[in-house]
Design a protein around this ligand. Structure first.
Ligand code: PLP
Length: 240
């Protein structure tokens, strides 16, 4: 465990991040409560999630099913909300319902149908966001912006009883200057607004965008869900 990763500093960092979120929301003329913080706990141990939960944090994000399944049971019955933010392999789809409440990375029709079917079979419903690769970065997941209307059309062609389509998600461009980041986030907002209007989707109101390095810009451009890891838990140590 790194020197930064102690429970007290998690509570302090969480407080600072919440204050920054509120400040950014207010500066943008938005209500701080309209921006929800997802604490991205990937690579960090249960003890630090516990520290964040003790400091009042409810929503947590993980990006691999395997890692998440090793942690989520430790918090059973605690009322935490789990967000799957990584790329979903189809052979792991069955683990989403029952463990996660939100799926941020819907990017294929077949996968959406499979998750919906599995969720419905468990009498679960997942809130889903379509991941869009706004910056066109080939290393990123998500559909191209131009592909969104066709995907939505397919998704809406038949009922998906285990899924609620709630909005869009993106990972901001990196490295990029402030103007470029804001433009990418504004683009996602525009795509959501167009999709809502075109398909008459009343609940398609969420924008999952903004990470430790760019959440202030994302909030200025309308983020409703910010996914923040290292600013709360410290740097990730991938070596072990
Ligand atoms: C890791 C990750 C985050 C959080 O990143 P930080 O820079 O640590 O805040 C957000 N979103 C996704 C999809 C991630 O994989």
């Amino acid at each position: 465990m790194s020197a930064e990763a102690d429970p007290r500093s998690v509570a302090d960092r969480l407080r600072a991040v919440r204050a920054h979120i509120a400040e950014a929301a207010t500066a943008a003329g938005r209500a701080p409560a309209d921006v929800r913080l997802i604490a991205v706990s990937k690579t960090h141990p249960v003890a630090l999630i516990e520290a964040a939960a003790a400091a009042g944090q409810r929503a947590f994000g993980e990006n691999t099913v395997q890692e998440a399944l090793a942690k989520i049971p430790a918090f059973a019955g605690r009322g935490l909300e789990w967000h799957f933010i990584g790329h979903l392999q189809s052979n792991k789809a069955r683990f989403l319902p029952g463990n996660f409440h939100w799926w941020h990375s819907l990017d294929a029709l077949s996968l959406a149908r499979r998750v919906a079917r599995l969720a419905h079979a468990q009498a679960a419903t997942l809130d889903a966001l379509i991941e869009v690769n706004v910056s066109g970065d080939p290393r990123k997941h998500g559909i191209a912006p131009d592909a969104l209307p066709a995907l939505l059309e397919e998704l809406l062609r038949e009922p998906l009883p285990g899924l609620r389509l709630r909005g869009l998600m993106t990972v901001g461009p990196h490295p990029a200057g402030e103007a470029e980041r804001r433009a990418a986030f504004a683009r996602l907002r525009g795509l959501r607004d167009d999709a809502r209007a075109r398909f008459g989707l009343a609940d398609f109101d969420e924008l999952s965008m903004g990470m430790s390095g760019d959440y202030v810009e994302a909030i200025r451009e309308g983020a409703t869900l910010v996914r923040i890891g290292s600013a709360i838990f410290g740097e990730r140590d991938y070596s072990g």
